[in-house]
Design a protein around this ligand. Sequence first.
Ligand code: AP5
Ligand code: MG
Ligand code: ZN
Length: 216
Amino acid sequence: MNFIVFGPPGAGKGTQARILGEARGLVQLSTGDMLRAAVAAGTDIGKQAKDIIEKGNLVSDDLVISIISDRIDEPDCADGFILDGFPRTVAQAEALDVLLKEKAKTLDAVIEIKVDDELLVERITGRFTCAKCGEGYHDTFHRPMKDGICDKCGGTEFSRRKDDNEETVRSRLEAYHEQTSPLVGYYGGTGRMKSVDGAQDISSVKKQIEEALAGL
Ligand code: AP5
Ligand code: MG
Ligand code: ZN
């Protein structure tokens, strides 16, 4: 099964894609994670993306489309994948339809995670991630069971994203409302889209997504 999770910054796309990917044996494909890895590695793509990400704007459609197209060809995607943060514009959604057709793959579901802007700022400014395994945490909503130690891997180093400050979050929200929310219209008529209430706790959101997937 291949599906999309989309929603504003901090909605829980990464959290849910990670949990559902593990539960269902699907690969999580986060364009944000891929771009941050490219920035950290100092590749050409990373150099092109760095300033744009730090300002909270979207990188070019062509860049992310080619990253995703190459990634989907890798063998681990054969059993299915969850797109997290892609597509993010109608042009990306159109390109995705074309490339899935070329690769003889299907898009089985589109899940929209809805959350109000004010809660998103709180979610994002409190976020931190295990530097070793990538498990996501939150200062208030999702702390490790033992302070300073990752529940998943026992790692003791954590990182915070450079674009997780209030000013950049506002630009990311603006980009979402202007450029990404039109995806609701794009996918709304296809019969494959379901919206879930992302303001509930992590396990309730997971349950809603599973019910949505079962009903499609
Ligand atoms: P990206 O990395 O995709 O960032 P984003 O869309 O801004 O989303 P986030 O990763 O911030 O949030 P999330 O929804 O994954 O939330 P999370 O699960 O972490 O993109 C970054 C940048 O890369 C973009 O700004 C752009 O520049 C570029 N880019 C990426 N893709 C692109 C594309 N396709 N086209 C162009 N440019 C692109 O949760 C947030 C926090 O809340 C965590 O701490 C978590 O523990 C907590 N939390 C999660 N769910 C809940 C819950 N239900 N209750 C309480 N707390 C919760
Ligand atoms: Mg994310
Ligand atoms: Zn860890």
